[in-house]
Design a binder for this molecule. Sequence first.
Ligand code: NDP
Ligand code: 2IT
Length: 444
Amino acid sequence: MSYVDEIYDRVVKENPCEPEFHQAVKEVLDSLRPVVEANEAQYRRDALLERLVNPERQIKFRVPWIDDNGNVQVNTGYRVQFNSAIGPYKGGIRLHPSVNLGIIKFLGFEQIFKNSLTGLPIGGGKGGSDFDPKGKSDREIMSFCQSFMTELCKYIGADTDVPAGDIGTGAREIGYMFGQYKRIRNVFEGVLTGKGLAFGGSLARTEATGYGLLYITEEMLKCNGHAIAGKTVLVSGSGNVAIYAIEKAQQLGAKVVTCSDSTGWVYDPEGIDVAALKEIKEVKRARLTEYKSYRPNAEYHEGKGVWTVKADIALPCATQNELNLDDAKTLVANGVIAVCEGANMPTTMEATEYLQANGVYFIPGKASNAGGVATSALEMSQNSGRMGWSFEQVDEKLRNIMINIFHNIDNASKKYGMEGNYVAGANIAGFEKVVSAMNAQGIV
Ligand code: NDP
Ligand code: 2IT
C-alpha cells in the first residue's frame, strides 16, 4: 500500500467519529501523492506524514458561565495547536453548537497549509466551543468569553499561539477575551487578532477575508482571460466573510444577487444592498427575514437554495460542506465558470471533483480565504512594532499577498503536471514550505 493510503487509513482508525477531519486529510494527502512518491524513502524514515497529521498539542477544557437567570451553564472549549514549524500557532476560534474536536482538527489542519501559503511566519492552530452565541445577551457573551479565556490564557501568547475570529466570534467576543487575557496575565500584547482599533486592531482586518477572496478571484479570472466586471455572483452566508465579499465584488463591477443564513436565503435581482445587510447582521444581529423590509423587490426563501440561481461565479462563504454534488450539477447546468471558497471546506469532495471535471475554475479555501489570516499576521507585525498602518497600506499588502498566492498555486499545479488544478497547487505549495521547515528542525 502506498505511504499516503497507509497514513489515511491510520487517521480514520485512530480518529473515529471525526468525518470532517478525515475529509480534510484525504483532500490534502491525495494532492500530495506526486511529492510524497518522489521522496517516499526519506518521508517514511522520518515519519513525516505521521507527524503532519498529528497535532503537536490539543487542549480540551470545561467552560462554566452564568446565564441571565443566574443558572450555571457548562460548555466545552478546545484549542488544537497543530503545527508550529513556520511560526506561532495561528487560527480562529469558532463558537457554534456544532463544534467538536473533529471540526476543530479539520480547521486546524487546513490552517497549516493556508498559513504557509500567505508567505508569512505563522503556524497552524484552531479553537472553539460548542457555545451558541445566538440569542444571548451581551452580559452572557461576556460571561462565556471570560470563562473561556480564563483557561485558554495558560496556553497562548503573542509568540506562542495567537487566536482570532471565526464563525460566531467577531470584534465583540475578541474584545472580551482580550480584556480577560490582559487582566490575568498582566501583559498587553498582540495575543489575539481582530481586536478593536482602539487597542491594537488593524485597519482592514474586518474586510480582509472577503476582500482577499475577490482579489484572488479577480487575478485567477484575469489570468484565464475573463473579467470580473459585469459578472453575476452568488454568495452564501451573511457573516463577516460574506458581507465583505459582496462589498468588494460590487466595487469591482460584479452583481451579487444572493446571500443566506442558517434559516433562509435572499435573491435580490437588483443586487444585494450591503448597507442593509450590515445593519441587519452587524448592528441588529437579526435574521435575513428582515431584508425584505429594506428591499421590497427581493425574494426571501426558507431553507437552502442559493446555488439554484443562474450565475457566472459562486462564492460559498458560510460553512463546511454547504455545496454538495447536486448543487455542483445545478451550477454547471446553469453555466457557472468559477467557484472560489470563502468558507473553510464548503464544497464536498464529490462536488469539487465534478466542478473540476466540468471545466469550472475552482480555488480551495486554504488559498482563497487566506486574506483573513494574512491580515491577522499583519496585525501581529504592527503590534510587535508598536505602530499602525493606514487602511490603504494594509489593503495593498493584502492584495499583493492574494495575487502572490494565486501565482504560487498556479505554478505548483504546473510544476507537477496538473495545470489549472488549484486544489493540488494549493496543497503542494502550502506543504513544501512546512516540510522544509520540519526537515530543518529535526525530529520534534
Ligand atoms: P460568521 O459567524 O460571521 O458568519 C457565518 C455565516 O454562515 C452566517 O451567515 C451563518 O448563519 C452562516 N452559517 C454558519 N453555520 C451555518 C450552518 N451550519 N448552516 C448554514 N449557515 C451557516 O462567520 P464568518 O463569516 O467569519 O465565517 C464564515 C466561514 O468563513 C467559515 O467557514 C469560517 O471558518 C471561514 N473563514 C472565516 C475567516 C474570518 O476571517 N472570519 C477567515 C477564513 C475563513 P447564521 O447566522 O444563521 O448562523
Ligand atoms: O479560518 C481562518 O483562517 C480564520 N478564521 C482566520 C484566522 C486568523 O487567525 O485570522
